[in-house]
Design a protein around this ligand. Structure first.
Ligand code: ATP
Ligand code: MG
Length: 743
């Protein structure tokens, strides 16, 4: 069977384009990714280019792996020479291989967002900056924004006293990172970009190597990524970019849809191809998506059609609370599995990470294996980060942020005062904390000394043993396991720590021949130690730490076990599933409250919803909850406006439309999923005598429209209720005069 068999004429044309720049602009599910991977296989198979000459970049690690799998399935070749990854992953690989030229220590550590914030705070503190005036998060946001535009502190123009000071903080932060060998996410890109622009030899080397550069999800590249691509393309290489403006959802991280137009203009792209047939979803799902996105004004505009039949209607469910919503999802999953779907066919999507816990809980209680992609970030859990900090100290004892994280964790009697003394000493000598510790005297010297000896013993204890054993050793020797054993809710944490040993095991087994690990080995210039053996200056350890920083938790259900997949709508980009649940469709949550005040923000939310809806192949469920516990508070919700934007003909409500009426049977059959529900019910019961309405009830008002009662006070003629009217806002209404009716 030929590579080109399963392509329609437009796709075929795209795959077999001559060696010229191309832009494929096409809607969801039209085969963009398929075209891109097939083109890679075709280029190699026809001898157009060797696998070494391919650089392909996409948005997530999962998508990159998927791409490699698809290519390997089409071509019986070794894909190792190809560079396929995310922008961050590829830049990491380049920087590891040329760390000296890039001005970085070999074992530089990648800061994730939280670590980065900690460093910002440290810098502010050292400079005695008022955190009220210069909020760490804002400073971080400023730094990242500047880096994403390719600007160092010296390149940023200050227009007033405040911005001048912020720029100074940016400079101080970069200096600190440089001193500690730390690299944040945008720095990976900027550093790599600077390396290539500055170093002609390296640039020429890579330009000669990567003859074909292929970019998926092009609509979500930022300015700097675009410039990086331009550098690598040089004069002679070919860029093949695919994207969909309707799926641009990373504006908040600097994504710039304008790159598509710029690319077309600057490269005088001779080939612009549109794909209009959707192969993923049934008609009703596609109609829902098309109608939804048509509410956006800023679009390049395309038509998507499908040859698949109408299929099933879009199912909509209104739950009383987030707990019930999750419980319903779990029940539905069970019956789907009964119908013959596999758990792997099913995805549950949500707008914000905080929503996952309740759904996880419901699935777990029902005994349904699930896996959380992206977002939940196994490697960002507190206990895991503590363990990683110890490992970082083994790799590089001069890593100050790792030092600070665990110097007194588990608690070993090193007080804040001692730590401050140590920091002062380090500042005075312009040395790392580790170096300063050796010279510290007095009480502080003694207590910090015990920590230094602990780390030294750990380094000795892990020398020359395989990475997973080294990790295990660190968990014990650091006292972390012991510590969490004594904690009330420590069982989960211990499991997570143990999972870290598993992570190291699979890393050594799976990642060995690829990406980060190989790059780290490249960087040792031939002196590669035995596979997976840990050592203080061990590239495997460094590679594992890089992996931990780049990857998020992807391993909840045991490997090889079919699992329901949970993820945010953002991380679902590019993926597809037979069955998709989009949960939490409530005003303020999806669309997110921070976005609805401006037109651009709302359009971006709608694109995100479009991404979510277009993941579904056969069946789409949309659900929302009347009440939800979010950030420790109960919120009373109004259904998302996006539900109104989907044509009524394709909708099928599983609960009475407009809510307020419940299926008593289902109510009683369900175990109480959340304390919250009980509480809300109790309050409503208490109010029933005094008020004709209950809390949580849906109502309508002639002027404000549909709303939900969120609280009440007073009685008789004084009775007032507070109603959330969604877009119209929150209102207090005097019951006697308000023209409220039950919806
Ligand atoms: P997204 O915008 O969501 O990233 P996409 O445009 O990249 O979507 P793909 O993921 O490449 O779309 O394709 C969607 C689905 O359609 C896949 O299952 C793919 O295998 C299938 N498909 C694409 N083209 C064809 C075709 N010509 N014949 C049959 N199936 C196809
Ligand atoms: Mg795709």
């Amino acid at each position: 069977m030929s590579l080109l068999d399963h392509l329609n004429p437009e796709q075929l044309a795209a795959v077999t384009l001559p060696n010229q720049h191309a832009l494929i602009l096409a809607g969801a599910g039209s085969g963009k990714t398929r075209v891109l991977t097939t083109r890679i296989a075709w280029l190699v198979q026809t001898g157009n280019v060797s696998p070494m000459g391919i650089l392909a970049v996409t948005f997530t690690n999962k998508a990159a792996r998927e791409m490699l799998t698809r290519i390997s399935a089409m071509l019986p070749i070794n894909t190792r020479g190809m560079w396929v990854g995310t922008f961050h992953g590829l830049c990491n690989r380049m920087l590891r291989a040329h760390h000296r030229e890039a001005g970085l220590p070999q074992l530089f550590h990648i800061l994730d967002t939280q670590d980065q914030l900690a460093v910002v705070k440290r810098v502010l503190k050292a400079l005695n900056v008022d955190e009220e005036k210069f909020q760490p998060k804002q400073v971080q946001w400023f730094i990242n924004g500047a880096k994403e535009e390719g600007r160092r502190a010296k390149d940023v123009e200050a227009y007033d006293e405040f911005s001048r000071r912020t720029v100074e903080l940016y400079a101080a932060y970069d200096e600190q990172c440089q001193k500690d060998g730390l690299v944040d996410f945008p720095e990976l890109l900027l550093r790599c970009f600077e390396l290539l622009s500055r170093n002609e030899v390296l640039r020429a080397h890579y330009q000669q190597r990567f003859r074909h550069i292929l970019v998926d999800e092009f609509q979500d590249t930022n300015r700097l990524q675009y410039r990086w691509l331009k550098l690598l393309a040089g004069q002679g290489n070919v860029i093949f970019a695919v994207g969909d403006d309707d799926q641009s959802i990373y504006r908040f991280r600097g994504a710039n849809v304008g790159n598509m137009a710029d690319f077309e203009r600057e490269f005088k792209v001779p080939n612009l191809i549109r794909l209009e047939q959707n192969y993923r979803s049934h008609g009703n799902i596609l109609n829902a998506a098309n109608a939804l996105i048509s509410h956006n004004r800023r679009r390049l505009g395309k038509n998507l059609w499908t040859a698949a039949g109408e299929g099933e209607p879009v199912r909509i469910y209104e739950a009383q609370s987030d707990g019930y919503e999750a419980h319903w999802i779990a029940g539905e999953v069970q019956s789907l599995v009964g119908e013959g779907y596999t758990r792997g066919d099913i995805a549950v999507l949500y707008r914000s990470n905080a929503q996952s816990r309740v759904i996880e809980h419901a699935l777990f209680s029902a005994g349904i294996p699930y896996r959380v992609y992206g977002g939940l970030r196994f490697f960002e859990r507190q206990e895991v980060k503590h363990a990683l900090a110890y490992l970082r100290l083994l790799a590089n004892p001069e890593d100050d942020s790792a030092f600070l994280r665990v110097v007194n964790f588990p608690p070993r009697g090193i007080g804040a005062r001692s730590v401050e003394q140590l920091q002062d000493a380090a500042r005075m000598r312009d040395a790392s904390l580790w170096r300063a510790a050796a010279q510290l005297t007095g009480k502080a010297g003694v207590s910090v000394g015990t920590f230094v000896r602990l780390i030294e013993a750990m380094r000795a204890g892990t020398r020359g043993i395989p990475l997973p054993e080294a990790v295990d050793h660190v968990l014990h020797a650091s006292g972390l396991l012991e510590h969490y054993k004594s904690e009330r809710e420590g069982a989960d944490r211990i499991e997570n720590l143990e999972e870290l040993v598993n992570a190291a095991t699979s890393f050594v087994r799976d990642e060995l021949p690829s990406g980060a690990a190989m790059a780290a080995v490249d960087a040792t210039e031939g002196a590669a130690p035995e596979a997976g053996v840990a050592d203080a200056a061990d590239p495997w350890l460094a590679a594992f730490l890089a992996h931990a920083a780049l990857e998020s938790g992807e391993n909840q259900a045991g490997e090889g076990i079919e699992a329901v997949q949970l993820m945010t709508a953002h991380s679902a980009k590019g993926l597809e599933f037979h069955i998709v649940f989009v949960s939490g469709l409530e005003e303020g949550l999806f669309p997110h409250e921070q976005s609805v005040t401006e037109e651009d923000g709302l359009e971006e939310e709608r694109r995100l919803m479009y991404v979510a809806v277009t993941r579904a192949r056969t069946r789409l469920y949309l659900s929302f909850a009347q009440t939800r516990l979010l950030h420790g508070q109960t919120r009373y919700n109004v259904a998302s406006r996006f539900l109104d934007e989907i044509p009524a003909e394709v909708q099928k409500w599983l609960t009475p439309r407009g809510g307020g009426v419940f299926d008593e049977g289902a109510w009683k059959a369900a175990p109480p999923p959340a304390r919250l529900a009980a509480k809300a019910e109790g309050r409503a019961a208490g109010g029933r005598g005094a008020l004709p309405f209950r809390i949580g009830q849906s109502v309508t008002h002639p002027k404000f429209g549909a709303g939900v009662i969120v609280s009440a006070e007073g009685s008789g003629a004084d009775a007032r209720v507070q109603v959330n009217f969604g877009r119209q806002g929150m209102k207090w209404l005097q019951l006697e005069y308000a023209k409220l009716t039950a919806a």
